[in-house]
Write a protein that binds this ligand. Sequence first.
Ligand code: CA
Length: 514
Amino acid sequence: MADTPRYIRVNQSDNVAIVVNAGGLPKGTGFENGLTLRDHVPQGHKVNLTDIAEGDPIIRYGEVIGTAARLIPRGSWVEESLVRMPGAPSLENLPLATRVPPPQAPLEGFTFEGYRNADGTVGTKNLLGISTSVQCVAGVVDFAVQRIRQELLPRYPNVDDVVALSHTYGCGVAITAPGAAVPIRTLRNITRNPNFGGEPMVVSLGCEKLMPEWLLADGRPAPAAGNTPDIVRLQDESHHGFGDMIASILEMADKRLAELNRRTRTTCPAADLVVGTQCGGSDAFSGVTANPAVGFAADLLVRAGATVMFSEVTEVRDAIHLLTPRAATEDVGRALIREMAWYDEYLREGAADRSANTTPGNKRGGLANIVEKALGSVAKSGTSPIAGVLSPGERVDRKGLIFAATPASDFICGTLQLASGMTLQVFTTGRGTPYGLAAAPVIKMATRDALSERWHDLIDISAGGIATGRATIQDVGWELFHLILDVASGRRKTWSDHWGLRNALTLFNPGPVT
Ligand code: CA
């Protein structure tokens, strides 16, 4: 027997709703309220609840997601070609800090078992990170990491793993160009990520443009020659061949591992968490199930005193008029606009615009354009005041809800959030992705039960019950909040950590390559 036909209308002013039933609904389907489908409507795609005349607004989330390309009779499949995309909201005269949400009641008594660092930050893992100043050394570091895992790590049971922080930057780039500041500070701040315990080591080649000293201190300190206590230079004159290089790396790693091994998990308040959020492979359910549940959990974390980041500029740009009023201060509001304007210009120089964001998978999932995607994406930010804004790769310096400006690219967003100090990431997906990071656990939340059932050994939590009425946004938000505490404590392993799925560190380099 077929399911009862169901749709979800998010806001009372919406003139479209999305079909919930798996497999979609056939032409002729009748709903209890008398609506009859004129077309087959795939799952997650839109049906209009009233006639929409050519040029009239199509409204979802209470916002205009486009205008009708022609008359759309009630009950039609409102597919992508029927939705003309509106222009992005102007960045002029946006309201700043005009509707700052009042503080919600503090949430006390929630803790996790973390690794406290000397600088006050707390890690969710105990990792040896081996930073690199240039891609030239990546093969040598990979070889060394295999040896470290086999020969050294078994002697240090309190250390979870060793991570090679390899990347494509470091040489062959315009190192003094303004855009170079982004990849350089990203690499420096990843070295300082709380999950690496403040025991940095760097492997360098010796002739590259990015000086390894820049990864260990602010600014651009003068380079030293040869090896130092924190830096192995492969071109150091004491190295006679590959074996000597590996020996130097293993010797330094052994000292770092001995230090890291002294650390054990201690009970820390939830306020010490730095949780990043992002989405990837979004569908039309993202904005009604998973992202609002993440937003609810984000509010809980903020109430508990933690730091929560949301990101992905191109998925925020079309909802910016909803965010600047929520800025805690006018300065924060101006910083939001600054990041949007910077990205507008970056895209313009590349002869692209925000419409380049949506993927074929997004569209198959029912998202007509970036406006609809953005309105669903910002639901991850919950309802707290926006307490601060970070430019790409900057380190977070405060509690509360933070907008960390990053591209929406999953790997680049993950890399930049790690630089900002993120120690655990929550990732929502509708189409499905096996995404994972070596440096921090990633909790993956499905927007639909069909995905979490099919990918039962990749998806950690499903928000699909919100669409079927089995659970509320609050239920799933609390479930996620408790899962975050469990994963941060090492009591539960994410599927990506279980299988060892790791995406590459992927730097954002707006500067020229030479
Ligand atoms: Ca993303």
